[in-house]
Design a protein around this ligand. Structure first.
Ligand code: HEM
Ligand code: NAG
Ligand code: NAG
Length: 327
C-alpha cells in the first residue's frame, strides 16, 4: 500500500482500530472461543470508574521519565499470560517457602514492577480491593503500546489474581533458541496461529535483548545473520553478558521496523531471524514490513487474545491487596 501522507496512515489506522473494535466486541459479547463470560469492557464502570484513567496516567508519567519502560510493561504482560495464565503471577515476590516466577533465569531483566505497584497503591486508595493486579498489567501493557505510537485498543477486564507463582512454571516460556516449528508449536498449544505468533513477535519492535540471549549465534558463522550486523552484535557482547542490543533502530517506538530488520538479516535473537528464514512465515514478515497498518491490526487482535489466556474468574482467584503477595 502506498501512503501519501501521515494523514492517510492516521486515517487507515483509525479505520483499522474501529473495525477491530467491532470484531472484538462481537467476539467477546458472544463469548466466542474465549470462554471468559465474566470479563467485560466496562467491568469497573460502577465499582471503580477512574481505574482506566488512573492506570493510564501512571503509565504515561513513568514512560515520560523512562521511555524504555514501555518495552518492559509489554513483556511483563506476555510473561504473565504465558505462565499460569494472565493472573498477575509474574508480580509475586519469592518467599522463604516459595521461589516465584520472577526468580527464574527466563525472567531475564523483567522490569517495571514499580509502575504496577504505583498504580495499585492509587487504586487501593480510591476503591480498595476492586481492581486486580492482572488487569493492571494488561491495561498497563495496552497503554504503553499506545504511548509508544502503537495501536489503541480496548480490552475486557475482570481477571482475578492467581494464588500460585512457581519458578518451575516458567519452563512454558518460549526460548530465544527456538526455531520456527518450535515457536509455532509453543504458540499453537495456546491457540495461536502461525500468523498470530509472528504478529506477537512484532512486540520486539520495542526494547532490547541482552548479550546472553543471542551470543550463541556468534560462535559460528550463521548464514541467516548479516555479516556487518554480526559485528555489531559482537561489539555489544564485548562489554559483557548484560550488554543491551536494541531489537531495531527505534526501540522506544512501536512501529514495523522490527520486520524490516528481519528482511535485512538484522534480527537480534535466533527466534526473531528464523521468522524470515523459514518460507512458512517469511510471507507474513514481508507483509508486516510493507504494511504497518496490517501489522497493527493483527497485533492488537492477538494481544486481546493473549490477554485472556487461562484467566481466573470468580473464586478461582482473588483481588490481591499487594501485587507482590498472595492475600
Ligand atoms: C516468540 C517467542 C518469544 C521469544 C523467544 C522471546 C524472547 C525474548 C528475549 C530472550 C528477550 C530479551 C531478554 C533479555 O535478554 O533481557 C525478549 C525481550 C522482549 N520481549 Fe520477547 N520473546 C518472544 C515473544 C514475545 C512476545 C509475544 C512479546 C509481547 C507481546 C514479547 C515482548 C518482549 C519485549 C517488549 C522485550 C524487550 C524487553 C525490554 O526491553 O525490557 N516477546 N524476548
Ligand atoms: C530474576 O531472577 C534472578 C535469579 O535467576 C534474580 O536474581 C533477579 O532478581 C530476578 N529479577 C527480577 C526482576 O526479579
Ligand atoms: C526445530 O527444532 C526441533 C527440536 O530441536 C527439531 O526437531 C526440528 O528438526 C527443527 N526444525 C527445523 C526446521 O530446523
Amino acid at each position: 500500500m502506498l501512503l501519501n501522507s501521515p494523514l492517510d496512515l492516521a486515517k487507515i489506522m483509525a479505520m483499522a482500530n474501529l473495525l477491530s473494535m467491532f470484531i472484538l466486541m462481537e467476539m467477546i459479547v458472544s463469548g466466542f472461543g474465549f470462554g471468559v463470560d465474566g470479563l467485560r469492557m466496562d467491568y469497573y464502570i460502577m465499582s471503580c470508574p477512574f481505574a482506566e484513567s488512573i492506570i493510564k496516567n501512571t503509565v504515561n508519567r513513568a514512560l515520560r521519565n523512562d521511555p524504555t519502560l514501555a518495552a518492559a510493561l509489554v513483556r511483563m504482560h506476555f510473561h504473565d499470560c504465558f505462565v499460569e495464565g494472565c493472573d498477575g503471577s509474574v508480580l509475586i515476590d519469592s518467599t522463604k517457602d516459595n521461589i516465584a516466577e520472577k526468580d527464574s533465569p527466563g525472567n531475564l531483566s523483567l522490569r517495571g514492577y514499580e509502575v504496577i505497584d504505583d498504580a495499585k497503591d492509587q487504586l487501593e486508595e480510591q476503591c480498595p480491593g476492586i481492581v486486580s493486579c492482572a488487569d493492571i498489567v494488561a491495561m498497563a501493557a495496552r497503554d504503553a503500546i499506545f504511548w509508544a505510537g502503537g495501536p489503541v485498543y480496548d480490552i475486557p477486564k475482570g481477571r482475578k489474581d492467581g494464588r500460585r507463582s512457581k519458578i518451575e512454571d516458567t519452563i512454558n516460556l518460549p526460548f530465544p533458541s527456538f526455531n520456527t516449528s518450535e515457536l509455532i508449536k509453543a504458540f499453537g498449544q495456546r491457540g495461536f496461529s502461525a500468523q498470530e505468533m509472528v504478529a506477537l513477535s512484532g512486540a520486539h519492535t520495542l526494547g532490547v535483548a541482552r548479550c546472553s540471549s543471542f551470543k550463541a549465534r556468534l560462535s559460528n558463522t550463521d548464514p541467516t545473520l548479516d555479516s556487518d550486523f554480526a559485528k555489531t552484535l559482537s561489539k555489544t557482547c564485548s562489554t559483557g553478558d548484560n550488554a543491551e542490543q536494541p531489537f531495531d533502530t527505534t526501540p522506544n517506538t512501536f512501529d514495523n521496523f522490527y520486520f524490516n530488520a528481519l528482511i535485512r538479516k538484522n534480527g537480534v535473537l535466533f527466534s526473531d531471524q528464523v521468522l524470515y528464514t523459514t518460507p512458512r512465515t517469511r510471507a507474513i514478515v514481508n507483509g508486516y514490513a510493507m504494511n504497518q497498518a496490517m501489522f497493527f491490526f493483527d497485533f492488537l487482535q492477538a494481544m486481546v487474545k493473549m490477554g485472556v489466556l487461562d484467566i481466573k474468574e470468580g473464586s478461582k482467584g482473588e483481588v490481591r491487596e499487594n501485587c507482590r503477595k498472595i492475600n
